[in-house]
Design a protein around this ligand. Structure first.
Ligand code: ZN
Length: 195
């Protein structure tokens, strides 16, 4: 019904989470109404995405450089490491404007049912980072079965190596960190307990 290129664009938009056929069609019409410059800008950004955005070699956060903005920042306490599931969680924690340490992004959680094993996560690099200078490792993972399993696994690995703490309860069980509001998260941070 539509020209092939237009249909192709609808197809591409439908790959995005939460975008059904109707929404994809609406997006395609919107883009069709854009100027050539606007479309070129979008195309260029998409092409650059994979070329420029990579993972920080130290913590796994997204960056366009060797190290991310937190690992590079000498004003942040490099000896307090907050472990999160993905880069999205960092922005939630940053929104509290209270945490001044650095991060470590696991890139997932242990999930044996889905075949996600510790080896597939960014855990080895965490072990390599922890040394005698490390003051604390804060596990800020989702209060779900997968989050708990992963927290316990990391706790065991770091046992006797440094102080390990976990966020206090207050974050609703089964919820995800990125849906938690800053106030709830702040309380969970302040009340964190040593493991
Ligand atoms: Zn980093």
């Amino acid at each position: 019904m539509y020209p092939k290129t237009f249909d192709d664009l609808i197809y591409e938009f439908q790959k995005l989470p939460g975008v059904g056929a109707k929404t994809a069609e609406r997006y395609a019409f919107t883009v069709l109404g854009w100027s050539d410059d606007e479309i070129s800008e979008l195309a260029e950004t998409l092409v650059n995405l994979k070329k420029k955005v990579k993972k920080c070699t130290r913590c796994g956060n997204l960056t366009e450089d060797e190290l991310c903005e937190y690992c590079k920042n000498t004003n942040r306490n490099q000896n307090i490491i907050c472990v999160v599931q993905n880069p999205k969680d960092i922005s939630v924690i940053e929104s509290m404007q209270q945490y001044n340490g650095v991060y470590h992004v696991l890139d997932g959680l242990i999930n044996t049912q889905k075949g996600v094993l510790p080896d597939q996560l960014n855990i080895k690099t965490l072990l390599n980072r922890v040394n005698e200078k490390t003051e604390e490792v804060i596990l800020a993972l989702d209060p779900t079965v997968e989050g708990e399993t992963t927290s316990l696994y990391i706790c065991k690995l770091l046992e006797g190596k440094c102080k390990v703490s976990r966020l206090a309860h207050g974050i609703p069980v089964g919820s995800h960190l990125d849906y938690t509001d800053a106030m709830t998260l702040l309380k969970a941070f302040e009340g964190r307990k040593s493991s």
